[in-house]
Design a protein around this ligand. Structure first.
Ligand SMILES: [Zn+2]
Length: 428
């Protein structure tokens, strides 16, 4: 079964990458223009001070300018990597490296691990100037960075060490599963990833997160009492309530929850507690988070992820033996990992569509969680809390509708406040 002219995968992938770069840059330019607007959006006038607005504007504009440079370098890097055949070149070199180190060069697992080590280190090096500039120039200039250089590099090294420990067994398992193959390959791969994510979910809070942050139980007091009361009134299985020392790295603030269905944890950033004026605002933010749980948003997202993973592996099994695909990118052999990487490149258009759709759903979920908190009587404190977080994080006040529709997983503040107000009006 030979087609007369093989499909030009490489050219199509690079062409699409450039197209997406131009499209996203156009959106960035629209957003940049919105950020330059000299006044607050009408619903925030009188609520957010001019001082906060100007600070947020300066921060957003600086991040936006940085992003233009970062994205331009990124597209040059990525297309050069593909067009110059750096992937097959690196694959060959890592094979010889395995041999030089005295290992069995014909082992696909060792060859793949060497290849991954090379490209992981290489991408760390390429990213380093950007993450250094972003952390120690931009974040520092706007008062967010609390990190020392030492902590910064310690985080990178810890991350790499973790990859070295966790990565190889996973990669090896995937290669073995694909090599054993069979008609249900996609199902096996999906089941393996599901098992893996459950194991990581169980290990993460106990073994991994403590490597990077200190978790302390929220001390007894008004705040703890209120959160526990709220959780139990909703039947939320709150097992642990932690404060995390986010302030050692950044003064950005947040709160999140995670855990298996009958054993959940809530984690509050110490910065969230210090930034909100009173406990009610923190509790309102938690009420919003619990809304995601009560309305099964977490479950839906999990299920969506499972379906997408299964579809991806299904697609992969269709092309994994396509000689044309490998040849187009300059590969004369067909290693498992390379097949997965090339497949990921070719489904980029779907990726963009899916992430756009997921953002749409996520924004709908945010409105629902806000409405949930409102129905519990937290309307005013949620309003106040959201405004506080927006101000303290210097988030963009003016947003371009195209840009936010495409990129935002959370609706812009103005839209959230409007939705809260309208819902209350309807009830009057
Ligand atoms: Zn939310």
């Amino acid at each position: 079964m030979e087609s007369p002219a093989p499909f030009p995968y490489l050219e199509a992938v690079v062409g699409f990458m450039v197209f997406m770069y131009l499209f996203e840059t156009y959106l960035d330019m629209r957003q940049h223009a919105a950020l330059k607007l000299p006044t607050l959006p009408a619903p925030l006038v009188g609520i957010v001070s001019m001082e906060k607005f100007e600070k947020a504007q300066a921060y957003s504009l600086e991040k936006s300018r940085f992003h233009f440079v970062h994205a331009a370098v990124g597209i040059v890097e990525e297309s050069a990597t593909l067009l110059l055949g750096l992937l097959p070149w690196t694959w060959d070199k890592s094979g010889s490296l395995v041999g030089k180190l005295g290992f069995d060069q014909s082992s696909e697992i060792l060859h793949t691990l060497a290849f991954l080590a090379v490209i992981t280190l290489w991408s760390q090096v390429l990213e380093l100037p950007f993450s250094l500039y972003s952390t120690f120039v931009i974040e520092a200039r706007h008062g967010f960075n609390k990190q020392t250089l030492l902590l910064f590099f310690r985080d990178i090294i810890m991350g790499l060490a973790l990859t070295v420990v966790v990565g190889p067994p996973i990669v090896a398992a995937i290669i073995v599963i694909v090599q054993k193959g069979g008609p249900y390959l996609a199902l096996y791969l999906w089941a393996f990833m599901l098992l893996l994510s459950l194991v990581l979910m169980a290990l993460y809070p106990v073994l991994i997160a403590p490597l990077f942050n200190k978790f302390t139980p929220l001390p007894e007091g008004e705040l703890r009492y209120k959160i526990e009361k709220l959780a139990s009134s909703l039947g939320f299985p709150l097992k642990k309530l932690f404060v995390i020392d986010g302030s050692t790295r950044s003064s950005h603030s947040n709160a999140y929850m995670y855990g298996f269905y009958n054993s959940k944890r809530i984690v509050l950033y110490d910065t969230l507690i210090s930034q909100c004026k009173n406990e009610e605002e923190v509790v309102a933010v938690i009420a919003h988070e619990l809304g995601h749980w009560k309305l099964s948003h977490t479950m839906y997202s999990f299920l969506a992820m499972q379906v997408l993973t299964l579809l991806q592996f299904g697609g992969y099994t269709l092309v994994r033996n396509s000689t044309d695909l490998f040849l187009s990118f300059g590969f004369t052999t067909q290693p498992v990992l390379i097949g997965l990487i090339l497949f990921q490149h070719t489904i980029m258009p779907f990726h963009h569509l899916v992430s756009f759709a997921l953002n749409l759903v996520s924004r709908a979920f945010e409105f629902q969680a806000d409405a949930f908190a409102r129905s519990l009587g937290y309307k005013d404190s949620l309003r106040a809390g959201l405004i506080k977080l927006q101000e303290e994080n210097l988030s963009a006040m003016n947003t371009d509708p195209w840009y936010s529709a495409y990129h935002y997983s959370h609706p812009p503040l103005v839209e959230r406040l409007q939705a809260l107000d309208e819902a209350s009006k309807k009830e009057e």
